[in-house]
Ligand binder design. Sequence first.
Ligand code: DXP
Ligand SMILES: NCC(=O)COP(=O)(O)O
Length: 256
Amino acid sequence: MKRHLRLGVNIDHVATIRNARGGMHPDPVRAARMAAAAGADGITAHLREDRRHISDKDIERLTEELEIPLNLEMAATEEMLDIALRHRPHAACLVPERRQERTTEGGLDAAGGQNHLKRYVTSLREAGSRVSLFIEADAVQLEAAVSLGAPVVELHTGAYCDAFLEDPIGERTKDCLKRLKDAASRAEELGLECHAGHGLTFDTVVAVSAIPAIAELNIGHFLVGEAIFGGFDSSIRRMRALMDKARAEAGGARSA
Ligand SMILES: CC(=O)[C@@H](O)[C@H](O)COP(=O)(O)O
Ligand SMILES: NCC(=O)COP(=O)(O)O
């Protein structure tokens, strides 16, 4: 049986717009429902320590009201672990966080943070969440994910997307893409399920979707931005179509 490339729609920046004025509009849960109707396989939401976008109430409502899986992105802190254990999301993705950063600038140091991270991976797994680690495309980090007992990794695609923006056919772009391909293959060899995301657009999604070992992409900021011009529903449908086309042209997906 063929497995299709899953799309997780990240709704963080719907909440960013809501929070610019306070109040309820636009509602991330309404956006999540619309994403599901447009073909999203799951919803991703990052509850940041500073609550700059998604709020605790959003996570509560998403857990109660969503009919598709929720992937909760969280820092490895006591506070976030308590919240995750209370809501038991389908998936929990451990991400690095720095309060001063504008966005999630790099991957988690799974290799350097073994002692700290082990307890988080174990507790979340025991609570029934599928744990992933948001890491750079680096073999050392992949091996660290295995020794931590995480079944899933998500490769940070930000460097590739930045390089593509500067020069779509430049050497740095090619090098970043090769790193993603190599890391996805290595993840597969190590028995890890491989996801990818961060900064993906209609242009950059094509080559990433063609990497057969990748099972899921998480995309948010671009889709919310595109919604201003063409609507949220149509931006998700177009992304979905580009992913499916690229995957089909690359020879289909891995067997499930
Ligand atoms: C971890 C990650 O990549 C996302 O959560 C996403 O990029 C949106 O949140 P931020 O822009 O706040 O990092
Ligand atoms: N983990 C990446 C993610 O959820 C979405 O990132 P972005 O598309 O908002 O940059």
